[in-house]
Ligand binder design. Structure first.
Ligand code: GLY
Length: 371
């Protein structure tokens, strides 16, 4: 593993039973980098770098307590409208011996009924759509969580489990965008039309894969709650575009200044988001000691910066601009991550050299192509 890509990454030994030095109930905010999402960046919600808010039961509390806390957190702390909350649960897999999660369904039904919100349960949403339901069963393709994905992809020894996910309804209408891969399917909470966005999940991390391929119950039943800070913020704004939140918007403004183009122009929006995400991610990597190079983690820093420059070139940013973006990132995170501003000059110098080198190769290459 080259990067921390999820909240559980640094906690695996404790999920497997080792005693954590500060106890069995933890709360954290984990910086995450998902290199595998690099091609997805450009829509309203995907980013390579994000902060995962977590709370963790290491064999302490379980579903009954945690799902209620999850709901209380998003409705009372974050202030989301409970009517706009939809949830999913695991439908079970007989072959793996993992039961259907009827317990979570009962908990969610109680939670919603206390607010007089009808909470019908449905399955086959991929085929039959919403069916007027609020709680949905999905298979392990959607409601199973491990670092490696679905059960068959997990290596022996890896912990994982079914999860319950929460979606926020941006209420943008039921029409599926014509470019969506799901355009021929009915809209449902897990489809890609943009109406719903997952804002968090509670993984019931209670199984470990065995060398035989079977799943054994761990000695302790853990809960791994993960909530994407940027997405929660977007839901709090009731605007599905995470790039319009305070965690990105000042960067977008800086890119607008450099390009002279407005983010609202459809023809530049994707490129602007990619530049914004990539330079921000590279800045966070650098603050943690990863600089552009041809090897291991450094390769991803280089790839992020070069992609950002290529997209910048496309929207008319011809001169050095990355160091200005680094400055804006350091301002956004002055309080939360002061190390960025402390290391700003070194980061800017390294990125300036990278930009200089790559812009020269880019213009040489483009000349060759046009020849
Ligand atoms: N809580 C699991 C994850 O989404 O990282």
């Amino acid at each position: 593993t080259l990067f921390t890509s999820s909240g559980m990454q640094p906690l695996v030994p404790y999920l497997l039973g080792e005693r954590h030095p500060v106890g069995n109930r933890l709360v954290d905010s984990q910086k995450c980098f998902r290199s595998q999402d690099i091609e997805e960046v450009g829509d309203n919600r995907h980013t390579t770098f994000f902060e995962m808010l977590g709370n963790w039961s290491l064999g302490a509390y379980f579903k009954k307590e945690q799902l209620r806390w999850f709901f209380t957190f998003v409705t009372q702390e974050v202030g989301l409208d409970p009517q706009k909350i939809f949830v999913t649960v695991f439908s079970g897999n007989e072959k793996l011996g993992i039961p259907r999660d009827t317990e979570s369904v009962e908990i969610w039904q109680d939670v919603f009924s206390e607010l007089s919100i009808e909470a019908k349960v449905a399955e086959d949403a991929e085929i039959r759509g919403m069916q007027g339901a609020r709680i949905f069963y999905y298979s392990e393709k959607k409601n199973w969580w491990s670092r490696s994905g679905t059960p068959e992809k997990m290596p022996a020894g890896e912990p994982g489990g079914p999860d319950s996910e929460m979606f926020y309804d941006f209420g943008l209408g039921l029409h599926i965008h014509e470019t969506s891969a799901f355009k021929d399917q009915p809209c449902h909470v897990n489809c890609d039309c943009g109406r719903f966005m997952e804002i968090g999940n509670s993984v019931f991390m209670q199984y470990q894969k065995q060398p035989s391929g079977a799943f054994k119950e761990l000695d302790q039943r853990n809960v791994d709650f993960g909530g994407g800070l940027e997405r929660l913020l977007a839901a709090a704004h009731n605007d599905k575009d995470v790039f319009k939140t305070d965690l990105f918007w000042p960067i977008i403004l800086e890119i607008e200044k450099a390009s002279g183009r407005s983010y609202s122009e459809e023809s530049v929006q994707r490129a602007t988001r990619i530049i914004c995400d990539h330079v921000k991610a590279a800045t966070f990597l650098a603050a943690d000691g990863v600089y552009p190079s041809n090897k291991a983690q450094g390769y991803f820093s280089r790839r992020l910066l070069r992609r950002a420059i290529r997209y910048a070139d496309q929207i008319g940013i011809q001169s050095q601009f990355i160091e200005k973006v680094v400055d804006v990132v350091s301002q956004i995170y002055l309080e939360a991550y002061p190390d960025i501003s402390q290391k700003k000059k070194i980061i800017q110098e390294a990125f300036r050299q990278e930009e200089d080198k790559f812009r020269k190769s880019l213009s040489k290459g483009l000349k060759e192509i046009s020849k």
